[in-house]
Design a protein around this ligand. Structure first.
Ligand code: NAP
Length: 354
């Protein structure tokens, strides 16, 4: 499906340093678009160097703006003159102390702040919000109770809270707030992308996301004794970026879009890596659920028995047909995504050989 990108119209990407944002910015700049990218610290060359390089290579450009999700009015300058806004910024972290302060507030207040800036501008036509499949479901055991045992865009996560799956809760409240604000006005339209676990290389060559923490655990020996029996949808970061761009530039795109290639487990990912990276302590078997239930919370304080009971050993399925039919996404193989990601993390010095 061909899409037309209007190079004369500027686009804003929030969370410019991020894994997903990097690919959105790269694709836009290579298509000739002038991009405004918000970052928390524009002077941090380690985090923004690749964005400056993309800008130098053109044909489009990147202009950096300082913005923080928690600061009211922080996005106003960056939004000015932009026709399209890609709101990717939101904390995706596995380790946190206070779920309200570290996850929920930035996700929710950040969405309010950026959409306030959008509504007070006269230029924005469309906002593409990076939500997540976790705004659709809370725990994998819910797949057993949905039509055809398959998650779809009409379903909402109703089971997460600040105390159980707080990241999922942060994404759910943020997406709900975005729909509420969008539906109360007629100046701009909202299209939402709901990716599953994102894999693949970064534009910067550096690890930033919780996706990298998960890949790290595959190769640093954490799963040497065995992988948790944990099935979840997975998708390449370049397909996720493509979905965002299509959601912006296909005029009649609307609603939510599950962007997920296939369901996979850490053991299946490990098998994809084993031929190429035998020298790393990759898992070669799955641990029984009872053992993860017993030992998991002792080994990893962020795991709870409730989380394990409701997510391990359950089958996870989501219907990605809307992303193919309405956005024209053609998913690339997960094997190449995980191999490129793992290789990039080796090059970065993330893990040692056993
Ligand atoms: P990432 O690399 O960690 O990117 C997150 C971005 O959010 C970073 O640019 C970070 O900026 C920014 N951010 C965090 N807190 C902020 C704050 N208080 N103010 C301003 N910016 C802030 O993670 P990612 O994987 O690309 O995630 C991007 C989006 O995709 C998120 O909305 C995430 O929920 C969603 N998502 C990710 C996955 C996945 O598997 N990766 C799956 C589904 C949805 P700093 O560099 O300054 O920290």
């Amino acid at each position: 499906m061909e899409i037309k990108i209007n190079k004369k119209k500027k686009a804003l990407v929030t969370g410019g340093t991020g894994f997903v944002a990097g690919w959105i910015i790269k694709k836009l700049v290579e298509a000739g678009v002038n991009v405004h990218a918000t970052v928390r610290d524009p002077s941090d060359k380690n985090k923004v160097g690749h964005l400056l390089e993309l800008s130098q290579n053109g044909p489009g450009s990147v202009t950096l703006f300082q913005a923080d999700l928690l600061e009211a009015g922080s996005f106003n300058a960056a939004v000015e003159g932009c026709s399209f806004v890609f709101h990717t910024a939101s904390p995706f972290i596995l380790k946190f102390n206070d779920p309200q302060r570290d996850l929920i507030d930035p996700a929710l207040k950040g969405t309010q702040n950026i959409l306030e800036a959008v509504s007070s501008s006269d230029s924005v036509e469309r906002v593409v919000l990076t939500s997540s499949c976790v705004a659709i479901y809370g725990d994998a055991d819910e797949c057993a109770f949905v039509p055809n045992n398959m998650l779809n865009e009409s379903i909402w996560n109703t089971t997460s809270s600040a105390f159980h799956q707080p990241y999922s809760y942060s994404k759910t409240v943020a997406e709900k707030e975005a729909w509420k604000i969008a539906e109360a006005q007629e100046k701009w339209s909202l299209v939402v992308i709901n990716p599953s676990l994102v894999l693949g290389p970064t534009v910067s060559g550096k690890s930033t996301s919780a996706s990298h923490d998960i890949c790290l655990q595959m190769g640093d020996g954490t799963m040497k004794a065995g992988a948790p029996p944990f099935e979840i949808g997975m998708v390449d970061v370049r397909d996720v970026a493509d979905a965002h761009i299509r959601a912006a530039y296909i005029p009649d795109a609307s609603g939510r879009h599950i962007v997920s290639n296939e369901s996979c487990t850490p053991l299946k990912l490990s098998k994809m890596l084993q031929g190429e990276f035998e020298q790393y302590p990759l898992p070669n078997k799955e641990l029984p659920k009872w053992l993860v239930w017993l030992v998991g919370p002792i080994m990893d304080k962020s795991m709870t028995r409730k989380m394990i009971a409701k997510n391990m050993g359950h089958s996870w399925k989501a219907d990605n047909s809307k992303s193919k039919e309405k956005l024209g996404i053609e998913y690339r193989s997960l094997k190449s995504s995980i191999i490129e990601m793992f290789q990039q993390m080796i090059d970065e010095g993330s893990f040692k050989k056993s």
